[in-house]
Design a protein around this ligand. Structure first.
Ligand SMILES: O=C(O)CCC(=O)C(=O)O
Ligand SMILES: [Fe+2]
Length: 346
């Protein structure tokens, strides 16, 4: 990365290039989770934010700020290692965990490096995306050897953010009138993972993106970002790209595809992307709350009726995951799998 000529694999099609534009300022809601606040108020604020934006920020979330800082320090130290050292934990088509610098979103290469690890090591996933192939394989974490602190910090962080995710999911489900623990069991043997994202400065921010426009396939995502900024959310009301302002010690939460399906379309998994800049590197840490591979996702029966029929057919999460991973390593000629492909046209 950083060559004078830009590898065409990074170039976004004209319609997806970021254009500087003045849009009316509006911001995703910030919700205070302090224990002293009335829980029903928190639930109604979350419900409103999920409906209007599909995104919100949270403060006073309970994850220790020193731990978040340590993740940033250890993460940046890792990305600062020689390329040869990072490649020792390189992810490949067999093991999807570890370091990667060639990720594609919607078949265009992203201007970033990543390190992925599972919250529950040795998770099982389908060996292939083919519906009839019942074989499973095991995904295993790979840990760099440069510092024992790296693994310790990352494992501790995953446990904290997982706890927070269960709480958030419970509140989201309560806001839909569902039991808070309705889908708790789906996360036993979960495929949840933490991703460390490193976006180097980019000489071509008008042509390339840190992450191309996409929706997360998770139930929800809990994202930490540093002070640089770059995340943009597609505003539901008019489709404009709105920057998400960095807010100290806050998390950005977004509704993922699975909550969209469970909610029978009441809450939407909203498109977002990351723009890069010519001078500053950026670091961000999403936690993707993914269920176990055997979970079949369909609208909650309580939200389906004759007047409001199911908007999606059931799909298997493991096969969806396996299918998505096909496009991580190479440019494919077809669009990768989306929940839209399971939509029932009423
Ligand atoms: O870096 C960010 O702010 C967001 C990254 C993201 O959307 C993703 O990894 O799915
Ligand atoms: Fe995302």
């Amino acid at each position: 990365m950083g060559n004078i000529d830009l590898d065409p694999a990074f170039i976004q099609s004209t319609e997806h290039r970021p254009v500087p534009k003045v849009v009316e300022v509006s911001e995703i809601p910030v919700i205070d989770l302090s224990g002293s606040r009335d829980e029903s108020l928190i639930i109604s604020e979350i419900g409103k934010a999920c409906e209007e934006w599909g995104f919100f920020q949270i403060v006073n979330h309970g994850v220790p700020s020193e731990l978040c800082k340590e993740v940033e320090i250890e993460g940046k130290k890792f990305f600062g290692l020689e390329s040869e050292e990072k490649r020792k934990v390189k992810r490949d088509e067999v093991n999807a965990m570890g370091y990667h610098d060639g990720e594609h979103t919607k078949n265009v290469r992203d201007w970033k490096e990543v390190f992925d690890y599972l919250v529950e090591d040795n998770a099982q996933v389908p060996s292939s995306y083919e519906p009839d192939d019942k074989d499973l394989r095991t995904l295993t974490n790979q840990w760099p050897q440069h510092s024992p602190q790296f693994r310790k910090t990352m494992e501790e962080y995953a446990r904290e953010v997982e706890k927070l995710s269960y709480k958030l999911l419970g509140w989201i489900l309560s806001s839909l009138g569902l039991a808070a623990d309705k889908f708790h069991g789906c996360f036993k043997n979960q495929l949840s993972m933490v991703r460390l994202n490193y976006y180097p400065p980019c000489p071509f921010p008008h042509l390339a993106l840190g992450v191309g426009h996409h929706k997360d396939s998770s139930a929800l995502t809990v994202l930490a970002q540093d002070e640089v900024g770059g995340l943009q959310v597609k505003r539901k009301s008019d489709g404009e790209w709105i920057p998400v302002r960095p807010c100290p010690n806050a998390y950005i939460i977004n509704v993922g595809d699975i909550v969209q399906v469970w909610s029978n379309d009441k809450y939407e998994s909203v498109e977002h992307r990351v723009v890069v800049n010519t001078t500053k590197e950026r670091f961000s840490v999403p936690f993707f709350f993914f269920p176990a591979h055997h979970v079949n996702v369909s609208p909650a029966e309580e939200l389906v009726s004759e007047e409001n029929p199911a908007k999606f057919k059931e799909y298997n999460y493991g096969k969806f995951f396996a299918n998505r991973n096909r496009s991580d390593f190479k440019k494919r000629d077809v669009e990768n799998i989306q929940i839209q492909h399971f939509r029932i046209l009423n």
